[in-house]
Write a protein that binds this ligand. Structure first.
Ligand code: PEP
Ligand code: MG
Length: 574
């Protein structure tokens, strides 16, 4: 989830509870959707400060360190095995931390400090903190999140040095509340039966949040007061849709929760029944429901939910997980696997939207990464990278799969033309005989939305990325923990740009879809149908509720409602 969207929250809003009631609502950032109820299991914080123990010899300190590291590496092995089964795309993340922590350079630095008289804790801190500080003060949100994860590994090693082993088995049916969690913590707590997660720090693109989403564990992060306001064993409701945690829920909240859970149960049964019927309004307007995926597991979920194809593959997650850009062969194998999972249904591969993730692999100094070298502008400046990706896509298409290609952060028709020309040249080079994959432009900037007619002339389809369109229209960082309230994809200015895009595309006869988070929210579906959106690409878990919603709507009524809304906004001077 990119943002907390208060209008869709299922539970009481902040401040709704009356004086004297015990219930407390705390707002954080929605990191993994779903609702969980459980008692708080608080993970103790262990500062990396010196332990104040009796002096030991250097050999003893080194032995302590080796023992603690061995314990942690065993944990990571266990977590990796579980991840391989339950969130395969994320297993490599754990492996990368395992490699980092067992690197010989790190061991040598620790050993040297210990030989010079440091305790194991001090040596560890001296070895890891420079990297943590460098990452923490980076201008890049993704790198700052790596700092949080690495710091958490440091805390765990310190806890192990003090013989404080994590008691994960006690977290069964509980909500884990922690300052921060590592991706391996998430896997192991999930395996121990924990039902939800709450952390004080962290961002939605952290590995920890991605892991929670992959495992289907509701999570709220960035909840600053969590450790001071939540006590051990207190009953908590984690609303991972709205980014709200309710402490000591009252009877009314619990009843609402129960209704939600029986609805969820009902939805599962309905999913099987609805999977094969079309997403069509009462007056016959057909919407194509596609899934947004980042892993093979997501593809399976998409199929179960009756997806008619894949509307967005976030390929850059492959880069993030491998900590580097994969070559043509690896991409070919991955795209092929995705397509095999979907059979004849279309699969929309987005060109790498390489922003912060890429810079982790090869540092590039950028003062403002969101406005910098990312998306199609990055790819066009790195033709070798672009060629490798296009070749991999063409090779899979040559095997008869229906592939579509999507260009991220397009600002001009010229960018699309250049890619199309390159695609033609590569097709010749490869002896490709079939139809070229359809080429789509993402509409993610106000410039693209206002220039949608021009984009539609050179594109085979348009897909509105509401996450970035909201960020760039409202000038609100989509990952800013303190501005989550202002990040509103239903802001009239954003709606107006989407509407113009849809109208421009329809006028040119080019299909238009939405692939940002807004597509997943049934509460927004009426507006999207009203605009004439023809495709929605949503998380697999959202597809069934979306289909139900679409089947209740009338396109004519939705359009009239949208037009009333937009004219009301304009006359109010928005
Ligand atoms: C978007 O911006 O809405 C989108 C779908 O792309 P991403 O979230 O990957 O930037
Ligand atoms: Mg985007």
């Amino acid at each position: 989830m990119d943002s907390s969207l208060p209008r869709w929250q299922l539970l009481p809003k902040l401040g709704q509870e009356r004086e004297g009631e015990q219930q407390l609502s705390l707002r954080g950032v929605a990191a993994s959707p779903g609702i969980a109820l459980g008692r708080a299991y608080i993970v103790g914080t262990e500062t990396a400060a010196s332990s104040g123990q009796q002096p030991r010899t250097a050999e003893q300190e080194w032995e302590r360190y080796r023992w603690a590291l061995e314990q942690l590496l065993q944990e990571l092995d266990a977590a990796q095995q579980v991840a391989q089964r339950e969130a395969p795309a994320m297993a490599s993340v754990i492996e990368s931390y395992r490699l980092m922590l067992s690197e010989s350079a790190l061991q040598e630095t620790v050993q040297r400090s210990i030989a010079q008289g440091s305790t194991a804790e001090e040596a560890l801190r001296a070895a890891l903190e420079p990297t943590i500080y460098r990452l923490r003060f980076s201008s890049d949100a993704v790198l700052r999140e790596r700092a949080v994860e690495l710091e958490q590994f440091l805390r765990q090693l310190v806890a192990l040095l003090r013989n404080r082993m994590p008691q994960r088995s006690c977290a069964r049916n509980a909500v884990v509340v922690a300052h921060a969690l590592t991706p391996s913590d998430v896997v192991l707590f999930h395996q121990a039966g924990a039902v939800g997660l709450v952390t004080v720090v962290g961002g939605i693109t952290s590995h920890t949040a991605i892991m929670a989403r992959s495992l289907g564990m509701p999570a709220v992060i960035g909840l600053r007061g969590a450790l001071s306001l939540i006590r051990v064993q207190e009953l908590l409701v984690v609303d991972g849709y709205a980014g709200v945690v309710i402490v000591r829920p009252n009877a009314e909240t619990l009843a609402r929760l129960q209704r939600h859970q029986s609805r969820a149960q009902w939805r599962i049964q309905l999913a099987q029944r609805l999977a094969r019927i079309p997403a069509q309004t009462t007056d016959g307007y057909r919407v194509r429901l596609l899934a947004t995926v980042a892993s093979l597991q997501d593809v399976e979920d998409a199929l179960v939910a009756g997806a008619e194809g894949i509307g967005l593959v976030r390929t850059e997650l492959l880069v993030l997980q491998r900590r580097g850009v994969p070559g043509e062969e690896e991409q070919y194998a991955w795209y092929r696997q995705l397509c095999q999972g979907m059979g004849e249904a279309p699969v929309t591969i987005r060109l790498f939207d390489l922003g912060a993730e890429w810079r982790e692999a090869i540092p590039v100094l950028e003062r403002n990464p969101a406005l910098g070298m990312r998306g199609i502008r990055y790819m066009l400046r790195h033709p070798e990278l672009l060629r490798a990706q296009l070749r991999a896509i063409l090779r899979v298409a040559a095997e008869g799969f229906t592939l579509r290609l999507l260009l991220p952060l397009v600002n001009s028709a010229e960018e699309v033309r250049t890619v199309r020309q390159m695609l033609r040249e590569l097709a010749l080079e490869l002896g490709y005989r079939g139809r070229l994959p359809a080429l789509g432009s993402m509409v993610e900037t106000p410039a693209a939305a206002l220039g949608a007619a021009k984009l539609a002339e050179v594109s085979d389809f348009l897909s509105i990325g509401t996450n970035d369109l909201t960020q760039y229209t409202l000038a609100v960082d989509r990952e800013h923990e303190l501005l989550a309230e202002m990040f509103d994809p239903l802001h009239p200015a954003v709606l107006e740009l989407m509407y113009r895009t849809a109208q421009a595309a329809r006028a040119k006869g080019v299909p238009v879809g939405v692939c940002g988070e807004l597509a997943s929210h049934a509460a927004a579906t009426e507006l999207l149908v009203g605009m004439g959106i023809e495709e929605l690409s949503a998380t697999p878990g959202a597809l069934v509720p979306l289909k139900q919603r679409i089947r209740q709507l009338s396109r004519a009524a939705a359009q009239a409602r949208l037009e009333r809304l937009l004219s009301g906004c304009c006359s109010n001077g928005v």
